[in-house]
Design a protein around this ligand. Sequence first.
Ligand code: GLY
Ligand code: MN
Ligand code: MN
Length: 456
Amino acid sequence: MFAEMFAQLSEMPSPISNSEYVSRQNKLYQSLEQTDLLILCSSPETIHSNDVHHPYRTQSNLLYLCGWTEPDAVLCAKFNNNKWETHLFVQPKDTLKEIWEGRRPGVEGALSDWPVDIAHSVNDLDSILADLVAGASRVMHRMGINSDVDQIVTDAIMRRDRARQRLGSGPVAVEDPSNRLAEMRLIKSDSEISQMKFASDVSSFAHIAAMRHGGSGATENQLQSMIEGFFRYAGTSGWSYPSIVGSGENATILHYKENVDTCKDGEVVLIDAGAEFRGYAADITRSWPNNGKFTDAQKEIYQLVLDSQLAAIDECVVGKPYNAPHEAARRVLAEGLIRLGVINQSLDEALDMESGELKNWYMHNTSHWIGLDVHDVGVYLPDGKPRLLESGMCLTIEPGLYFGAWRPDVNCPKKYANLGVRIEDDILITDSGPVVLTEKCPKTIDEIESIVGKGI
Ligand code: GLY
Ligand code: MN
Ligand code: MN
């Protein structure tokens, strides 16, 4: 079945071009002073156990500016001879290490194939960075990602400080460049959108694979294996966040992660899973009945969540505040729960953030930005006001209702006991309206009932 679904995928898009990376770099440099030094470092590797590392994923800002994916990398930029120069420090070629750990592009590869002007061995970082810092009046660097680099920067600044006291030249300040990068990353280019579309298509087919494999008696871990198996089969790097596969009451735990139980007859399973492709995330949730047929009670809640999701997607329009979809979803959910007798309050009362009952059953936000990070960067309330949606922004729309009968804090309606439903898609804002990047993933009741348990 994987081969059949793979054949339906569009061809992989071209990678982000070096010229696009260079134009991103130039855009950032335009916002800097010519006496600034920019530093972006990779995330450190982390240990799984003893000498085994977690699969490596670098820091998204570094990926965004130059596409370098290996660990132990630092990108610097400095204005020199009337232009900005981009330096990249990388692990040098090392035959013995490469025999054990894999090939490295090395300094030569970085210079010939990546969008940088100068490449260095990371072994020379300390001395070269000290020189670069010495000539700068402000270091644009985010502390806290890589403590080794933080130490080098701090030491270099201390040395510079002594020189400053001797020579009287200006002080060295450290400032975090992340907000400037976040503003850029908030608006996706066509090339970024094509990476996200591929991640979305793969994720959509992966959810279909799980639906087809599903059936009472399947286990959450088997469904997870279908999803994540297809992520890799289709050529993505794997998940963009750990998959959530919860059946029955597990579906009422928002970030359930054990994924080990059996999916029982009569339960709804909720799967929140998305692939990462060339660093770009997809984020999809689908909820469906294990036995392939929603009960009437499940249908009531499922259709209500779907209606709220469609109402929220309709609000994904240029010029609307980013939280308009959330408010639309909340309103539809509250109206529906009042109609179904779950909430005995007026609409305004139900929506109240302090005393409203909606938050008993819908306790999270409807949206987050999505891009290189699944919860992508970008200030939601610049100057304290909701940001207005612009063409090229990408956000999720993911309303849900969760009736955890195990919760001591609420009286769960018996009819909906241990039912959790979330429906999540990824939306691109365009001048001609919302584009659902994850549209290949079925979500109507009829579509779902025609797929679940059909076999692989
Ligand atoms: N998968 C995490 C989220 O939906 O935000
Ligand atoms: Mn999400
Ligand atoms: Mn999600």
